[in-house]
Design a protein around this ligand. Structure first.
Ligand code: AMP
Length: 282
């Protein structure tokens, strides 16, 4: 039977019992409103003996004009999805449990946070790194699971885990998509039916870019231009960024060589969606 807990103390108690039995623990951090993307991470964590899913809409990773207040929440539904996917424990704290009134310690990063969403959402990765550090310290997992859907976040967390010697294996998991290609996201629930149709332009444009590279294109700018034009052909879409960067350092690149991340953030109406692909070429 899956368990729901809301305090740090309860998580610590349960996980320490597991540890005493020599069990391996996986952690899947989420903001809830779970879908098959999240469930794929939970299923992958089946390689551990126990899986903890955190469900926490982290206030400090949202900017002042972003969707913290309206972000979809449904903990009962989330618990069912966690159970279905094989999780053992759901940690769903209140904000006050995570952040004392005089909370004043943050984990900040330079480098992989300087481009893409880091550039467009100041303070976002400071919030992400801080909450993930807290979750790592609370759960003390052997492994933690993150989706390639948030490719920059995955690169940032890998860097943080290494730099701060967390001793936790970071496992990246592939992007889960709807049948028409749209990357699954809790934010897709914001889309009207017209916007939902329009949103497919993002994955279509990225797939087209990927094909250009498969067919031999090595100039990133050429690929970015083709992707941009395709997205701009959709009247409901407004590009926030379309960029090519090194997949690990998140530094901009010109020639496609090594592991390159092509990432896009696009507003469909008022909803900001992200998607990406990675190519490897030596
Ligand atoms: P979120 O709840 O959006 O913060 O996401 C929690 C975790 O699930 C992050 O590691 C995401 O990258 C991952 N995730 C979200 N959507 C998908 C998806 N469509 N495919 C794979 N992983 C995903």
């Amino acid at each position: 039977m899956i368990q729901l807990v809301k305090t740090v103390e309860e998580v610590r108690e349960i996980v320490s019992q597991w540890r005493k039995q020599g069990l391996k623990v996986g952690l899947v951090p989420t903001m809830g409103y779970l879908h098959e993307g999240h469930q794929s991470l939970i299923k992958r964590s089946g390689e551990n003996d126990k899986t903890v899913v955190s469900v926490f809409v982290n206030p400090i990773q949202f900017g002042p004009n972003e969707d913290f207040a309206s972000y979809p929440r449904d903990i009962e539904r989330d618990i069912k999805k966690c159970e279905e996917a094989g999780a053992d424990l759901v940690f769903a704290p209140e904000a006050s449990e995570m952040y004392a009134g005089d909370f004043s310690t943050y984990v900040d990063m330079t480098g992989p946070t300087d481009e893409l969403c880091g550039l467009r959402r100041p303070g976002h990765f400071r919030g992400v790194c801080t909450v993930v550090s807290k979750l790592f310290n609370i759960v003390l997992p052997d492994r933690a699971y993150f989706g390639q859907k948030d490719a920059q976040q995955l690169a940032v967390i890998r860097r943080m885990a290494r730099d701060l010697s967390f001793g936790i294996e970071i496992v990246g998991c592939p992007i889960i998509r709807e049948e028409d290609g749209l990357a699954k996201s809790s934010r897709n629930t914001y889309l009207s039916s017209d916007e939902r149709s329009a949103a497919t332009i993002i994955s279509k444009a990225l797939s087209m870019g990927e094909k250009l590279i498969e067919n031999g294109e090595i100039n990133a700018e050429t690929v970015l231009k083709a992707i941009t034009e395709k997205i701009e052909s959709e009247p409901l879409a407004r590009i926030d960024y379309v960029k090519a960067v090194d997949a690990d350092s998140i530094e901009p690149i010109q020639t496609i060589s090594g592991r390159v991340l092509f990432a896009a953030a696009v507003y469909i109406g008022k909803t900001r969606l992200i998607d990406n692909f990675i190519v490897e070429r030596n």
